[in-house]
Design a protein around this ligand. Structure first.
Ligand SMILES: Cc1cc2nc3c(=O)[nH]c(=O)nc-3n(C[C@H](O)[C@H](O)[C@H](O)COP(=O)(O)OP(=O)(O)OC[C@H]3O[C@@H](n4cnc5c(N)ncnc54)[C@H](O)[C@@H]3O)c2cc1C
Length: 390
């Protein structure tokens, strides 16, 4: 990606700001949060995220009229790279900033935009995503949660599952069936629902890591205002797909900087433990490095192509990074040897490598499983016939 002088100045300004800000009470937050570590220092990370917002470092890519900075693609990439490089903690507001915000900008009414975008930008309200249900994951069109109008309010009944960060969210954007008797993609609506109400119960799910990043969410007559439907009632599928198209995007390059750091730390560990002398492990470490280089080239190529990129590009990238990261976790266990099989303390005190190994099992599931991504590639790149799900 070609960088201009302004881009380089932008990078310098950001670098200086991050170095100057990750000090004092925020210094201890370096590296906090992230996959398998979402429970860490939530309040402190929220304060950090608001500090970031106050300095204008949230929602960079949003258009200026919606409170963003209208930053160029190159600057957004720089932001995510420098942010990851600085070791700044995982942002607590990313679901609002990266998924719902762009959705509201694309599909929301001016009133919805005015009501919700400033609070997302300032990290005053946190969001969660209520798509998956016990019977509707990969097959999202099987959503069975219902919403029916009662005067000026929707009344929602059903269950969502695997809802990341629902336990700290103020609002949920969810997909519900609003047309009784409708099937599959028809009759669904995209609703904005306040989480703090008696009709909603959030039950954390304990994960392999021993912590709970996601939850079951039960809706028993939960309510939201009639006008808090994004797009038209019944047109929720189109809006929900719009949200998915915003998932990841430029943040991918920041994620890769994080991967690079993990690989660097693993190489250091291999030197320390003597694993670096093992020809098989050396080979695997070199393969990991090559895989990362290929991923980065693919991501940069895709971003540079902009709207002209192949429609399968996000699926290719998802399959590349999810497998790569899982293999890194497996390799870490090999490099660290037998001690990696035991928790370092009672009752279940895992180190960073064990957490990475265990949490990365989820990488090939969330955001569309690898099988689903390969189905997309099979259909769009290879022209194979669609699967019949009727
Ligand atoms: C860490 C994590 C966080 C998540 N956060 C959220 C969240 O915030 N909000 C939310 O709504 N959801 C969230 N999810 C849910 C996630 O989107 C689903 O787990 C995912 O879509 C898969 O659905 P499922 O779990 O029902 O599995 P299923 O769809 O039942 O799939 C089971 C297995 O069958 C395979 N399979 C399914 N259909 C096909 C097919 N047609 N062809 C070939 N193979 C197939 C799948 O690949 C998988 O291996 C999260 C999941 C994880 C792991």
């Amino acid at each position: 990606m070609q960088l201009s002088r302004e881009d380089e100045e932008f990078r310098d300004r950001l670098r200086r700001w991050l170095a100057g800000s990750l000090t004092g009470r925020f210094a201890a937050l370096r590296g906090a949060g992230g996959p398998g570590r979402e429970h860490e220092a939530h309040e402190e990370r929220l304060a950090w995220n608001r500090h970031l917002a106050a300095a204008g470092w949230t929602c960079l890519g949003w258009p200026a009229e919606h409170g963003g900075r209208g930053a160029t693609l190159a600057q957004q990439v720089i932001f995510h790279e420098e942010y990851a490089r600085s070791g700044a903690p995982t942002r607590v507001g990313y679901l609002g900033e990266e998924l719902l915000g762009p959705t509201l900008i694309a599909f929301g009414t001016p009133e919805q935009q005015r009501r919700f975008l400033p609070a997302i930008r300032a990290v005053d309200e946190l969001w969660c995503q209520g798509y998956s249900e016990p019977g509707a994951g990969s097959d999202l069109a099987a959503v069975a949660t219902t919403a029916a109008l009662d005067g000026d309010e929707w009344v929602i009944t059903g269950q969502k599952i695997w809802t990341s960060l629902a336990h700290v969210a103020d609002w949920c954007f969810l997909l519900a069936r609003t047309q009784a008797g409708s099937r599959r993609r028809e009759g669904l609506s995209y609703l904005l629902v306040p989480m703090h109400q008696s009709g909603i119960t959030v039950r954390p799910i304990r994960q392999l890591t021993g912590t709970s990043e996601f939850n079951e969410v039960f809706f028993d007559g939960a309510r939201t205002r009639r006008d808090l439907v994004v797009g038209a009632a019944g047109d929720g599928w189109r809006v929900a797909m719009g949200t998915l198209s915003f998932e990841r995007g430029v943040a991918t390059l920041g994620q890769q900087i994080g991967f690079e750091r993990e690989l660097g730390r693993l190489v250091e560990a291999a030197r320390r433990t003597g694993a670096a002398a093992d020809p098989v492990l050396r080979d695997k470490l070199a393969r990991a490095w090559i895989g990362l280089a290929a991923m980065r080239a693919h991501a940069l190529d895709t971003l540079a192509a902009g709207p002209g990129a192949a429609s399968t590009a996000p699926s290719v990238l998802k399959v590349l990074w999810s497998r790569w990261h899982q293999e890194l976790g497996e390799l870490a266990m090999e490099v660290l040897g037998a001690p990696s099989m035991v928790a370092r303390g009672a009752p279940y005190d895992l180190d960073d490598w064990q957490r990475l190994f265990l949490f990365s099992r989820a990488d090939t599931i969330y955001g569309g499983s690898d099988e689903i991504q390969r189905n997309i590639i099979a259909g769009r790149a290879l022209g194979l016939p669609r699967q019949d799900r009727s």
